[in-house]
Design a protein around this ligand. Structure first.
Ligand code: GLU
Length: 466
């Protein structure tokens, strides 16, 4: 069957059994960008047939993460559990057409089949007991056994497709057996529901993680049995952690939401994720618009991508520097609120502007800006090392001068200069203790600029604590 190419319709089909995983987010991103590039549509489908593990909370988290990343979908969310009648209809049609059949093997019989195959060193597969063939007499239907429905997979020939990521993949039908497409409880299995949905939803291009490569031959055979047009498939290579192992919960954050909470910007995540398994020359930093204009399905990688936290930080720093200060203020205020610090938004944009160049995340920015809204917390080491008895008289002078100073950079700078002259100090001899007392750190951006954003009373009070 010739693959359909237009109009382009892609989808992401997460199972709501947890948060939006980085791998799924990357697949969603590729699917979205490909649809946008071609002026097509992007569909969100919720694959909730694993009833025991699917939760509304996961659906909500997935939707929130998609929204955060700005992956707007044109249709959906479509829930598979609301489409059971449609799956049943197709199952009945397939049984009538002889491309699917009821299998009454009990779990015990299947276990015995498996044990026998293992003992003989054979590959584990369904032995075809209930598979109808011309001239074959099937066993009598046993009482009280609820059947599953199996797909009658072709016995001979190859299944072959040109994968958008991996190139040509060919599997011999002898490698695969008669898959269960409907369980005894009437719920379809993944490989069946996915085909009916991709067909009904007119999906032209399926991007998904390469853990599904082994499922695709079955799916292609089911498409063919239904006379349905085949989508193109792109199996995106796995993302490995920096230890070379598959990303997993045990190896750090794997949910998109965790990155939002940890102070990453969505445009940075989008930019970074898109480079995992795809490239456009040497470009590392680019906008959504550029991504969409470049993402034409070429330059998809065959090999696994490497998760690189340092590079993600670098990308995030870039977007933090570029971000509007009012927007950053809201993000920082939310971070501070989590620490029980309520920030007055008034001067927050100016604070963000002053500090954002040195911050990789809004969490780090909040670490800096907390000093404006909560007591400074100098370490005992910094206090002992920098706030010596010798400098205390100068600190008292500065405090007194600041009381009368005009509260801007010029006024603050003048008070500092007069103080170092009066006490015959060099600038760092005064500036460092001031930083430690007021900011809780020995290093900050230019002192007058940092102090100007405090309330004068606050600075004076912290200096007088020396
Ligand atoms: N629900 C499947 C998953 O989350 C979807 C796979 C597919 O895209 O076909 O892995």
């Amino acid at each position: 069957m010739t693959p359909i190419t237009t109009p382009v319709r892609t989808r992401i089909a997460p199972s709501p059994t947890g948060f939006l995983h980085l791998g799924t987010a990357r697949t969603a991103l590729f699917s979205w960008a490909y649809a946008r590039h071609h002026g097509g549509q992007f569909v969100l489908r919720i694959e909730d047939t694993d009833v025991a593990r699917s939760t509304q909370d996961s659906v909500d988290q997935i939707l929130a993460a998609m929204q955060w990343l700005g992956l707007e979908y044109d249709e959906g969310p479509i829930y598979q559990m609301q489409r059971l009648a449609r799956y049943n209809e197709v199952i009945e049609q397939m049984i009538a057409a002889g491309t699917a059949y009821r299998c009454y093997c009990t779990p015990q019989e299947l276990d015995a089949m498996k044990a026998g195959q293992e003992a003989r060193g054979e590959k584990r597969r369904y032995d075809g007991t209930w598979r109808p063939e011309a001239g074959k007499v099937l066993p009598a239907v046993p009482e009280g056994v609820k059947p599953v429905v199996r797909f009658k997979n072709p016995i001979d020939g190859d299944v072959s497709w040109v994968d958008l990521c991996k190139g040509t993949i060919t599997i011999n039908n002898r490698e695969i057996d008669d898959l269960i497409i409907q369980r005894t409880d009437g719920v379809p299995t993944y490989n069946f529901a996915v085909v009916i949905d991709d067909w009904d939803m007119k999906i032209s291009h399926v991007f998904r993680g390469d853990e599904h490569v082994n499922n695709t031959p079955w799916q292609i055979n089911i498409f063919n049995a239904l006379g349905a047009p085949l989508p193109a498939f792109g199996h995106v290579p796995v993302i490995l952690g920096d230890d070379g192992q598959k990303l997993s919960k045990r190896r750090g954050a794997v949910s998109v939401t965790a990155y939002e909470e940890n102070g990453y910007l969505p445009e940075a995540m989008l930019n970074y994720l898109s480079r995992l398994g795809w490239s456009h020359g040497d470009d590392e930093l680019f906008s959504r618009e550029q991504l969409v204009s470049w993402f034409d399905g070429s330059h998809l990688s065959k090999s696994p991508a490497q998760w690189d936290p340092a590079k993600l930080e670098w990308v995030n720093s870039h977007y933090i520097k570029q971000a509007d200060d009012t927007r950053l203020s809201a993000l920082v205020a939310a971070q501070l609120a989590k620490r029980g610090i309520s920030a007055d938004l008034g001067r927050l944009p100016a604070m963000c502007a002053l500090f954002k160049d040195r911050c990789a995340t809004t969490v780090v920015l909040a670490d800096w800006l907390a000093m404006y809204f909560a007591p400074a917390q100098p370490t005992a080491e910094d206090l002992a090392g920098h706030v010596s008895d010798a400098v205390k008289p100068a600190l008292a002078t500065l405090a007194a001068k600041l009381v009368d100073a005009e509260w801007n950079k010029t006024g603050i700078q003048a008070a500092i200069k007069e103080t170092i002259t009066a006490h015959s100090l060099k600038m760092p001899q005064l500036a460092i203790p001031v930083r430690v007392l007021v900011c809780g750190r020995a290093q900050t951006p230019s002192l007058d600029a940092v102090l100007e954003l405090f309330d004068k009373e606050n600075v004076v009070e912290r200096l007088r604590c020396a």
